[in-house]
Design a protein around this ligand. Sequence first.
Ligand code: ADP
Length: 430
Amino acid sequence: MTATRVLVLNSGSSSVRYQLLEMADGSRQAAGIVERIGERQSRLVHSSPASGGETPNASGGETPALASGGERRERVEEFADHDAALRAVARELEADGCGLEDPRLAAIGHRVVHGGQTFTRPTLVDDAVLAEIERLIPLAPLHNPANLTGITTARSLNPGLPQVAVFDTTFHTTMPEHAARYAIDTATADEHLVRRYGFHGTSHAYVSRRTAEMLGKDPSEVNVIVLHLGNGASASAVRAGRCVDTSMGLTPLEGLVMGTRSGDVDPAVVLHLVRVAGMSVDGVDQLLNKRSGLVGLCGDNDMREIRRRVDEGEEEARLAFDIYVHRLKKYIGAYCAVLGRVDAVAFTAGVGENSAPVRRAALQGLEGLGLSVDDARNEAEPEGPAPAGARIVSPDGAPVAVAVVPTDEELEIARQTYELVSEAGSAAHR
Ligand code: ADP
């Protein structure tokens, strides 16, 4: 029996999201989440299609979307640690007929947030790889430890199964030095690994490739600006399939205005808040990451709610929307300059896929750069279930295509994982 399935795991500090994908047709065989790991009342929600059909993408919401006509099981009990949580996930998968020992399972693909400069491609996990991910913990102190726990636990459950680490930073490792470096003292920067890494890489990779497909071109033939606008938000400039600039930096704080993060500020704002306002470093960290962005400006970070308030004439919400869009427009302009020639601008993630007003406002006035939306197309509801909602919303014959492309980070992680283990397998047979 050929192994054509990949289990994708995204391990957070107190949660694990997972999806089981069949690579022969990209279909989702199961999806779920375990939340509140380590608490008395952990919760596991598992959904699977009734008969091997499509289970909706479970990446976005709090809990996996219920497969239409499928099955949804929920358990509330104590999962003391990741080991207990993953064992419970394995039992759910087993109950659906594809446990971790199943010969159809080719590998587990793990999302790992930070791969530093080391991991320029998805990587088969061994002890040296684990040690390197651990060495990079200072760059992602909240995420890399949780990602590591997920890998080591999964490995212990089936030591024979290939485990592949897919990094959020990898797609951006092609950035040239002049885009990746900050203009600060080189010796200090090098000693402390201070440079621009970028994040959301699997999404930027997936969306830029899908956009090329939509244009009927090979990724090597097109230049794309990808705008990933979720709760976290980032932009990237992709030339011929390779990232040449991105808006997030050393951490995901840099760049666009986000749900709760400020994005770009004068770095001296931090100094001012510490020296003049007497805030602690942790206090500033909290402020810029959790109490800034849209939520800091108007108290809401959900774009639907903000638009409702704008439509009711609320000034505070209007200003928050305008600041969000102004920053976005500046990055679009900057990346037009970086790329020289732009074939497409692609909007993705919660806001990018769903908010017609953001797309319209971000491109308003950029007709001189060949950028505009067709209002009827931009506002039309997508047809069919995600990810079928990929569509072009620019006018016919526009110099630059504007696309809405639902992202699918799990499918991209699974694809990269499967490609790697297939290559490794065929190399072993040679
Ligand atoms: P993340 O994965 O970063 O948590 P998502 O990509 O799921 O985020 O995006 C979540 C955000 O998308 C929400 O906070 C909300 O602002 C926005 N969003 C979701 N649906 C809509 C919609 N229909 N219209 C406008 N914004 C939406």
